[in-house]
Design a protein around this ligand. Structure first.
Ligand code: N01
Length: 537
C-alpha cells in the first residue's frame, strides 16, 4: 500500500510466526480481536525457517515441543523423539491447517520501525517494503535467538568459499561432500552441524573456544502405534506441563539435594537421567545442581567421565571435557548429542583449542590461528545470537521521550515482568528479555504467558482502556528482583548468552528468569492485584 493511503488498522499486530506469535494470533482472534501477524520469513515456524543447517533439530523431546491444543496434537504423529527441522516445518503447516492461521499472516515482511501515535493511541508500524500497518497493541514475539551473531574476526569477509552462519543457512542446502569444512563455535548449533559434517567432509576442523557439556540425546524413531497409544495420556502430560514448574510435563522437579544422598545413590540417579536422555540430566536429577557449587561439581564429574570414555586421544579428551569444569555445569546451555564425542576419533576430524591457539584472522583460503594455517573450502559460523535483546532492538522504536529502545538498553535492560518497557505504551513482549524464555520450553511459555497476555487485552477492552504502560519503578523493581534471584544461582558464574556475556560490549546481566514456576506466580499476582506496575487509561 502506498504510504499516503490510510494504513490497515488492527487491534493487534504481532511480529514473529514462531510458537509464541502463532498462539497469540489464535487466541486473540478467538476473543474477537482483529489481528495481523507479520514475519520476515517465507514460512511459519520462527527459528525453524532460518535454522536449516544439516542436523538442525529440537532439543526437547516429544511431546513437549508442541501445542497442547487437542485439535492439533490429535492427528499429528512425530517420527522421531527429537524431531528435525524438516519435520518441525511440516508440523507448523499442520498447525496452520488446523487453526486456519495463514489468512491473518503476512510472510516475507520485515518490520523495520514503529512509532506510537499518542493522540490516536495507535502504533504505526513500518515494513521494509514501505508498507504501514496500524494497531492499538504492538506485540513482539521475536524469540530469544533471532539476531545472528557474526563474530568480529579480521578478514572474515575475505574468505573465498561459502561462509554461512547456522541461522542464515542457504534454504536450498549446501553439500559438505569431499570438502574441507571449518566450524567455529560449539554450542547447540555447532554440535549438530559437526555431527553431520563429520560424515561427508574430506576434513572437518572444529574451532572450539569454550567446551560444551553436551548430553546424551537418546534419540530414537517413534512407532506410530506406540505414539497413538501414548496420546491417551497426553491430557495429563500437558496438564502437568502447564502447571508449576511449567516447562516439561514429564521431567518431574527433583526435591533431593545432591550431597544429601549416598555416592552410590547419586550415581544411580545420574545414570537413570542419562539413560532417559535429553534434558533429564540437566533438570531432573537434584534440586541444587544450579544452586550449589559442590552439588554442581558431582554432576560435572559424572558428565566428564561419561564423555571421556568415548574419546580415544587423551589430549582431545582434555580439550573437549576438561578435568576441571570450565564453568558450573548447566550454567551454559547443555546441548544434546548423538555421536558428537565419537566423531573426534575419526581421521577426518580435528579440533583446535582456541583458548590456547586463538584465531588470528580469516584469509581467502581458510583460518589462521596463532600456530597454524587451516585451509578450508567451507566456513561455518556456529557463533550464536545477540540473544534476548537482538530481536526487539532490530526494530527502530522510540519511547515517549523520543529515545530508541536500542539506546535505552545500551546500559542495561529494564522491563516489567519481561513483558513491557516504561515509555513504550501498548508495546507488549512475549518470550522477551527478563522473562523465563530460554529457561522455559517454547510452546509451554507460549501458552502460559500467552494466556496471561490474552487476559490482559480482554481486561483492557472490558474496561474501555486504550493505553497501557508499565511504570519506571515497576521496571526497576523487576530488574532488581531478577538480579537478586539470579545471584542466588550459579548462572552469573558463566560467561554465557543467558548473562549477555557473548556479545562484546553488551552489559552483563541475566536476561532469562531462572524459574518458570516463580515467574508464573509473579504474573498471576500482578493480575490478581489489578495489573500492578501497569498504568492503564
Ligand atoms: O549458539 P551459542 P548456538 N570465536 O551461543 C562460539 C538455541 N538452539 O547457536 O562459548 C570463537 O550457544 C561460542 O564460544 P564461547 C539454544 O537455546 C537450540 O549454538 O562464547 N568462537 C560458542 O561455542 C542454544 O543454546 C537448538 O566461548 C566463538 C558458540 O560460538 C541457543 O539457541 C539448536 C566466537 C556459540 O554457541 C544458541 O545456540 C540451535 C568467536 N568470535 C540453537 N563467538 C536446538 O534446540 C562465538 N563463539 C537443538
Amino acid at each position: 500500500m502506498p504510504q499516503d493511503q490510510t494504513p490497515e488498522t488492527f487491534d493487534a499486530v504481532i511480529v514473529g510466526a514462531g510458537f509464541n506469535g502463532l498462539y497469540q494470533l489464535y487466541r486473540l482472534r478467538q476473543e474477537g480481536f482483529s489481528v495481523r501477524l507479520v514475519d520476515a520469513a517465507a514460512r511459519l515456524g520462527g527459528v525453524w525457517h532460518w535454522n536449516c543447517y544439516p542436523g538442525a533439530r529440537v532439543d526437547s523431546h516429544v511431546p513437549n515441543y508442541e501445542f497442547s491444543i487437542e485439535a492439533v496434537w490429535r492427528d499429528w504423529l512425530w517420527t522421531e523423539r527429537f524431531p528435525g527441522y524438516e519435520e518441525l516445518r511440516a508440523y507448523f503447516e499442520h498447525v496452520d491447517d488446523v487453526l486456519d492461521l495463514s489468512r491473518d499472516i503476512q510472510l516475507n515482511t520485515r518490520v523495520s520501525a514503529a512509532r506510537f501515535d499518542e493522540q490516536e493511541r495507535q502504533w504505526q508500524i513500518s515494513t521494509t517494503d514501505h508498507e504501514t500497518l496500524q494497531a492499538r497493541y504492538f506485540i513482539l514475539a521475536t524469540g530469544f535467538a533471532s539476531k545472528a551473531l557474526i563474530p568480529d574476526i579480521e578478514g572474515l569477509d575475505q574468505f573465498e568459499g561459502p561462509c554461512h552462519h547456522t541461522a542464515r543457512w542457504p534454504q536450498d542446502g549446501l553439500s559438505f561432500e569431499g570438502k574441507r569444512v571449518g566450524v567455529i563455535g560449539t554450542g547447540a548449533s555447532g554440535v549438530q552441524i559437526v555431527q553431520e559434517a563429520a560424515k561427508d567432509a574430506a576434513h572437518l576442523t572444529v574451532f572450539q573456544r569454550t567446551p560444551v557439556t553436551a548430553l546424551a540425546m537418546q534419540q530414537r524413531k517413534l512407532d506410530p502405534a506406540e505414539l497413538t497409544a501414548a496420546k491417551a495420556n497426553y491430557p495429563e502430560v500437558f496438564r502437568q506441563r502447564n502447571e508449576p514448574p511449567g516447562s516439561f510435563g514429564d521431567i518431574p522437579r527433583p526435591t533431593d539435594r545432591a550431597l544429601s544422598v549416598s555416592a552410590a545413590e547419586r550415581q544411580s540417579v545420574y545414570e537413570a537421567a542419562w539413560e532417559r536422555g535429553g534434558f533429564h540430566f540437566w533438570n531432573g536429577t537434584f534440586a541444587d545442581i544450579t544452586l550449589d557449587e559442590d552439588a554442581n561439581r558431582t554432576s560435572y564429574d559424572f558428565w566428564r567421565d561419561k564423555v571421556r570414555e568415548r574419546i580415544a586421544d587423551p589430549v582431545t579428551a582434555e580439550i573437549l571435557a576438561p578435568t576441571e569444569p570450565p564453568y558450573p555445569f548447566g550454567t551454559k546451555r547443555p546441548s544434546l548429542e548423538q555421536n558428537y564425542y565419537d566423531v573426534f576419533n575419526q581421521d577426518n576430524v580435528s579440533i583446535v583449542d582456541l583458548l590456547n591457539d586463538p584465531i588470528v584472522r580469516v584469509g581467502p583460503n581458510g583460518v589462521e590461528t596463532a600456530t597454524s594455517q587451516h585451509d578450508l573450502d567451507i566456513l561455518v559460523l556456529a557463533t550464536g545470537f545477540d540473544a534476548n535483546t537482538g530481536g526487539p532492538t532490530q526494530i527502530d522504536m522510540l519511547d515517549t521521550d523520543g529515545i530508541s529502545l536500542k539506546e535505552r538498553w545500551k546500559s542495561g535492560v529494564d522491563t516489567h515482568l519481561g513483558i513491557s518497557v516504561a515509555g513504550f505504551p501498548n508495546l507488549l513482549m512475549l518470550y522477551g528479555p527478563q522473562s523465563p524464555a530460554a529457561f522455559c520450553n517454547g510452546p509451554t511459555c507460549a501458552e502460559l504467558q500467552g494466556e496471561w497476555l490474552v487476559n490482559l487485552l480482554v481486561h483492557l477492552r472490558s474496561n474501555d482502556f486504550s493505553r497501557i504502560e508499565s511504570s519506571v519503578e515497576a521496571g526497576e523493581e523487576w530488574t532488581q528482583h531478577l538480579n537478586r534471584y539470579g545471584a542466588a544461582t550459579l548462572f552469573p558464574k558463566a560467561d554465557s548468552w543467558y548473562m549477555s556475556a557473548n556479545v562484546p560490549g553488551k552489559p552483563r546481566q541475566l536476561l532469562n528468569y531462572p524459574g518458570s514456576d516463580r515467574y508464573l506466580q509473579k504474573i498471576a499476582e500482578c493480575e490478581e492485584e489489578g495489573y500492578s506496575g501497569f498504568i492503564m487509561s
